[in-house]
Design a protein around this ligand. Structure first.
Ligand SMILES: O=C(O)C(=O)C[C@]1(C(=O)O)C=C[C@@H](O)C=C1
Length: 363
């Protein structure tokens, strides 16, 4: 896929490209005050939710179409480009009618291929950048699928927004980052810009700075940060919004590492990594050879392939050992789960082949 630039005239091709604005457009005054303050600190793209998907009914569901006139005014008076979330065909028509410059697709919508297809069909023939948030569930294929649906509709000015993933486990995040998922997306589409949404990820103002820094260190193109002229009085998501002044402070604190340099030192270290990876592969192939021998033993002695007690003992022992060696137990558990999966697969093949051989010998 070949993506085109999402930038507009007057925007720097410099990291991070920042989109900022309130979670929701509440009143014309709140929108205009916030917009003026953001324009004053150099923000070029103003965001505001016009239609808000809420988990339960009864919450503030956005001001709807009347708020689009406020976005028009923002553009006219401050020169900032505007963006809002669309989830249905009607939202798209309304946003286009009022000249919204960039659309974004929310996490709940990305998770629903029917809704994404409806939006894509509505956009056929329209030249507008679309930003696609990750789906609520940690499924990179759904995210890729949404990007492909838009692309197939002729929308090539695309970018992704990483806002984190829902999780049943309680942790410090509102939506856990699971950085490996956007990293996989980036591996598949190296030219697709990725924005980080530290507001929804952290769910708290205090986490915005460090999440933004991590996103910059992972080479993200941009940030989308919720900013409100009086966050404590916000009608939605007040804990995660910052004043434009605070946003300015956060943005200035970020260290942007942009040098691409391969010195002799780095090459030497990378050669060491290559060598160690070779050894790891060698060891893994030796382990699989032993596992295949166990497979033959199990066939001859009528033993099942899966040995839960032994598997459990390996996971427990190695996780403890890993922690003593300064690695996370969870990490080693994941590695061993993959190794065990391959080991079981190889033993099942052995069982199957040995059975076939037995049968053909009996004929
Ligand atoms: O110990 C065994 O029985 C094995 O076959 C080895 C092994 C492993 O790869 O560690 C594979 C399958 C079993 O479920 C448990 C462990």
């Amino acid at each position: 896929m070949e993506f085109s630039s999402i930038l507009f005239p007057g925007m720097d091709d410099k990291r991070p490209l920042v989109i900022a604005g309130p979670c929701s457009a509440e009143t014309e005054e709140q929108v205009m005050t916030t917009a003026r303050q953001l324009a004053a600190i150099g923000i070029k793209i103003f965001r505001a939710g016009i239609w808000k998907p809420r988990t339960k009914p009864g919450g503030f569901e956005g001001v709807g179409s009347p708020g689009l006139k406020w976005l028009q005014r923002v553009k006219k008076e401050t020169g900032m480009y505007t963006t809002t979330e669309v989830a249905t065909e009607k939202h798209v028509y309304e946003a286009l009618k009022y000249g919204v410059d960039i659309l974004w697709i929310g996490a709940r919508t990305t998770a629903n291929p029917f809704a994404v297809q409806e939006i894509a069909n509505t956009l056929i023939g329209v030249d507008i950048p679309v930003l696609i948030k990750n789906p609520v569930n940690p499924d990179v294929e759904l995210w890729v699928g949404a990007i492909e649906r838009l692309y197939n509709a002729g929308i090539t000015r695309l970018a992704a927004i990483h806002r984190g993933f829902s999780s049943a486990d309680k942790n410090v995040y509102r939506n856990t980052p699971q950085w490996h998922i956007p990293i996989e997306l980036k591996r598949r589409f190296p030219d697709l810009p990725i924005f980080c949404d530290p507001s929804h990820m952290g769910g708290k103002r205090s986490m915005i700075q460090s999440l933004s820094q991590q996103a910059m260190d992972l080479n993200y193109s941009g940030l989308i940060i919720e900013s409100h002229c009086s966050p404590d009085e916000a009608w939605s998501d007040k804990d995660q919004q910052v004043t434009p002044e605070e946003l300015d402070r956060i943005l200035h604190s970020l260290v942007i590492r942009d040098t691409i340099q391969t010195t002799e030192d780095l090459s030497t270290l990378r050669r060491q990594i290559d060598e160690i990876d070779n050894q790891l592969l060698d060891l893994l192939s030796k382990r699989m050879r032993v596992s295949r021998e166990i497979g033959h033993y199990k066939f001859e002695h009528d033993m099942p392939v899966l040995q839960t007690m032994r598997y459990d003992e390996i996971l427990r022992d190695r996780a403890e050992q890993a922690e003593r060696m300064d690695m996370s137990g969870d990490f080693i558990r994941k590695v061993l789960e993959s190794i065990h999966e391959e080991s079981v697969r190889q033993q099942l093949v052995i069982m199957e082949n040995a059975k076939k051989e037995d049968q053909s010998n009996q004929l």
